[in-house]
Design a protein. Structure first.
Length: 233
């Protein structure tokens, strides 16, 4: 078990962007922190109104975007367009190559988490998907997954059969049992929580576990948590 506190992450900051990186990213490089399991990027980003990322390329990545506040506009070279907002998941398969832009065309900052996963197969045709989710159950809800156990329950399929992301929106004191995966990445997106064996976790804290799970209980203000479970091919 390795706890990574919010304040220990790499930071990219400008007049319109505040981005905190869980792994090496862009100019921020640590050879001991280039990813975890199949995750190679886990960016917690806030973009100011009227600003965003101009059209840029990606290749051979499964890119999952989860919005916490506001809305993010997407447009890509395959003709896909959409708005991503809280409760709606987005996946873009970069595959053999895709260009896209992400923009905040609303009146308030947009806060989202974007995650990049290594795909199982390279040079796939680029594609895009989004889906609404019901997070009122107080349970871990499969959001974007290629795991066989999520075949009929996940909102969006990703091209990696050894990885899947679930989200739980927990009221104060509610608990969920985290799966005992080969690699498990827990991120507290909002609120606070207590993880068995780790203690209290604050907003934007993360925990990396190997071959173990544990019970997670939301703090007095509740919590929204993002959980990647990953296995070995």
């Amino acid at each position: 078990m390795e706890i990574r506190r919010a304040g220990d992450r790499f930071v990219t900051s400008s007049d319109w962007l505040q981005s905190r990186h869980s792994f090496s990213f862009g100019p921020h490089y640590d050879p001991a922190n280039i990813g975890f399991g199949f995750l190679v990027a886990h960016n917690d980003e806030v973009v100011a109104p009227g600003k965003g990322f101009a059209t840029h390329p990606h290749q051979d990545l499964e890119i999952v975007t989860w919005v916490l506040r506001g809305a993010l506009a997407h447009e890509d070279s395959e003709g896909n367009r959409g708005q991503v907002y809280p409760g709606l998941a987005q996946r873009m398969t970069a595959g053999s190559g895709i260009r896209h832009s992400e923009w905040n065309d609303g009146g308030e900052p947009v806060h989202y988490v974007q995650m990049w996963v290594r795909p199982e197969t390279l040079d796939l045709p680029p594609s895009y998907a989004q889906a609404e989710l019901d997070l009122t159950t107080g349970e871990l809800v499969p959001v974007a997954s290629g795991l066989a156990k999520h075949a009929t329950s996940t909102a969006i399929h990703i091209n990696q059969s050894q990885a899947g992301m679930s989200v739980a929106r927990l009221a104060a004191g509610q608990s969920v049992e985290l799966p005992a995966a080969a690699y498990l990445h827990l991120f507290v997106a909002t609120g606070t929580a207590d993880l068995e064996g780790a203690g209290e976790l604050g907003t934007a804290d993360a925990v990396r576990l190997t071959d173990s799970g544990g019970r997670l209980t939301a703090g007095p203000a509740g919590a929204e948590v993002l959980v990647w479970e990953m296995y070995q091919p």
